[in-house]
Design a protein around this ligand. Structure first.
Ligand SMILES: *[C@@H]1O[C@H](CO)[C@@H](O)[C@H](O)[C@H]1NC(C)=O
Ligand SMILES: *[C@@H]1O[C@H](CO)[C@@H](O)[C@H](O)[C@H]1NC(C)=O
Ligand SMILES: *[C@@H]1O[C@H](CO)[C@@H](O)[C@H](O)[C@H]1NC(C)=O
Ligand SMILES: *[C@@H]1O[C@H](CO)[C@@H](O)[C@H](O)[C@H]1NC(C)=O
Length: 496
């Protein structure tokens, strides 16, 4: 996949999305142990000085949104920040998955970030964003697919409104295409050439791309997926419609099977007259859904079965958070990609691992196990929905963006500046001219006032032994399930 050129990706990708784009994310696998541990043991731990806590922050008054003024002058407003003497200390430590920020920035922890390394990230970037004194300036290289870039930029602007003036000056290159491209093998981390720092939505164990929350947190107008802050509440309500014990005792999946071979392979597990692998699988038809007003793709109405299957599409899938949000345990087909939060998921605690090369038998066993260990199975479902509701709430998405960019900005070895091609970006320059669903989602995800607390406190980096132990523990859990599965099928075979 990674060898695909941008143009191929652009051709293939719209099809995937228009028809069935539910997206995905994923995990730690064997090779990652070696690369991650090798990296941390050969280098000192990245020491990110804690960000400066401003003595004063803006008062909790709403920041005005002035389309009249913007239309009149064509200029972004210059809001005067009113300061007060409130205590803004944060009362929480960030979720554990924030620790991966240290790992993602480790390649630059000693050398820092220079202008030359940034320029190397340009060839595949869709845009460069410069943040100077809390304001954003945009240079677009190539428009991204659908409104991915728009909603990503919108999200960054909201973070700047939530934490005004708190980020150091920085610039970043962002690539909105699905697949990670900065190959770890190509860069000698022990001295030699620094890899280009390139931001995107997912990574895998062979790449060094820096992962960042995807556009869907602010909305995906093309498929009517609402901003996460709203959807999270709906998913919580949807979860209550049918209590877990009364849900259908099968594994449910709905999506676009054509985007990846592994999904087509999954379709072989669907129930038929001849066999029942405990799977109930459905193809999503976005074209029809769009005509029928998305009634059948209502995500909050999809907690109808006791188990839900997650399988990657062409790369990570944004659908993972929606699937995990039901109390139904997620049967997670072995993933190859991760996004910013999925590295915090623990097998058997948050999800049930499914083998990639023997999906049907693996699903059949998972459902049989769950149906005969109902309390344990339900706990897995609840752990995942709690994780999504608590640790992935919008406040933490902003805090993740803040800490990532704050740590990243501290690595700069030069003063970023804006070229004459860059234009100032502000909520007015985006929302005043927006229309329809795009405008609606922007207004619904607008951060109205600065936060009255500081971001959560960053957890320390993993030390190499604890990172190693963490990864080993996850693998151990997966292997244990594989062992149970093997014994189960051996017994079945004896019976027949
Ligand atoms: C914010 O400012 C307003 C007036 O400007 C004041 O009445 C209010 O008490 C302030 N709020 C806080 C939390 O300091
Ligand atoms: C500003 O201009 C846009 C068109 O560029 C228009 O759609 C919008 O209604 C205008 N807003 C106001 C408040 O004048
Ligand atoms: C911080 O404490 C306040 C009041 O106790 C609470 O409402 C808020 O949810 C806490 N913030 C976080 C991020 O947990
Ligand atoms: C799976 O089987 C069910 C029941 O026969 C059917 O309704 C559904 O369309 C099938 N799914 C796919 C993707 O063929």
């Amino acid at each position: 996949m990674k060898s695909l050129t941008r143009s191929t990706a652009l051709l293939v990708f719209p099809l995937l999305l228009i028809v069935g784009a539910l997206v995905y994310a994923r995990f730690l696998e064997t090779p990652e142990i070696s690369s991650a541990v090798a990296r941390s043991s050969t280098e000192q731990i990245l020491t990110t000085k804690s960000y400066k806590i401003p003595k004063t922050l803006q008062n909790q008054t709403e920041i005005p949104l002035d389309c009249n003024g913007y239309n009149h002058t064509g200029k972004c407003p210059n809001h005067q920040i009113s300061l007060n003497n409130q205590d803004h200390r944060s009362n929480s430590t960030c979720p554990d998955y924030f620790r991966w920020i240290h790992e993602d920035l480790r390649p630059w922890s000693h050398t820092g970030i220079t202008q030359e390394t940034i320029e190397k990230a340009k060839p595949t970037a869709n845009f460069k964003l410069v943040i100077l004194k809390g304001k954003a300036y945009l240079e677009t290289y190539e428009k991204a697919f659908q409104t991915r870039d728009t909603f990503t930029l919108w999200g960054i602007l909201q973070m700047l409104r939530k934490y005004p003036g708190m980020l150091p000056d920085l610039e970043l290159m962002f690539d909105c295409v699905d697949w990670p491209v900065v190959s770890a093998g190509q860069y000698n981390l022990d001295g030699g050439v620094d890899p280009p720092p390139l931001f995107r939505y997912c990574g895998n164990d062979a790449t060094l791309d820096i992962v960042f929350p995807d556009w869907s947190f602010w909305g995906w107008p093309e498929v009517n997926i609402k901003p996460w802050g709203i959807l999270l509440g709906e998913l919580n309500e949807g979860n209550k419609r049918i209590e877990w014990m009364k849900r259908e005792p099968y594994a449910y999946w709905k999506g676009n099977p054509t985007v990846a071979e592994t999904r087509q392979d999954l379709m072989k597990c669907n129930v038929s007259e001849k066999q029942d692998w405990n799977a109930r699988l459905y193809a999503q038809d976005w074209g029809r859904e769009s005509q029928e007003g998305y009634k059948k793709s209502d995500l909050a109405g999809q907690c109808t079965h006791k188990y839900k299957v997650y399988i990657e599409g062409s790369a990570w899938s944004v659908s993972e958070k929606y699937i995990l949000a039901c109390d139904s345990p997620t049967l997670l087909v072995k993933p190859h990609y991760y996004d910013f939060f999925t590295r915090g998921l623990i097998p058997v605690h948050h999800y049930w691992p499914i083998k990639e090369d023997d999906k049907c038998k693996s699903i059949k066993f998972a459902v049989d196990w769950g149906n005969s260990h109902k309390a344990k199975a339900h706990n897995i479902g609840k752990a995942a929905s709690n994780f999504i509701q608590e640790e992935l709430k919008m406040d933490y998405v902003y805090d993740y963006m803040f800490h990532l960019l704050n740590s990243y900005g501290k690595l700069f070895r030069y003063q970023p500046s804006i070229s004459d091609k860059a234009v100032e970006l502000c909520v007015e320059s985006m929302v005043c001219k927006a229309e329809g669903r795009e405008k609606k989602f922007m207004m619904e995800s607008l951060v109205k006032a600065p936060s009255n607390t500081n971001p959560c406190t960053m957890p320390p980096p993993f030390d190499p032994p604890s990172l190693h132990a963490h990864i080993k523990r996850k693998q151990g859990s997966i292997q244990r399930v594989e062992f149970w599965e093997k014994s189960y099928w051996e017994k079945q075979n004896l019976k027949s």
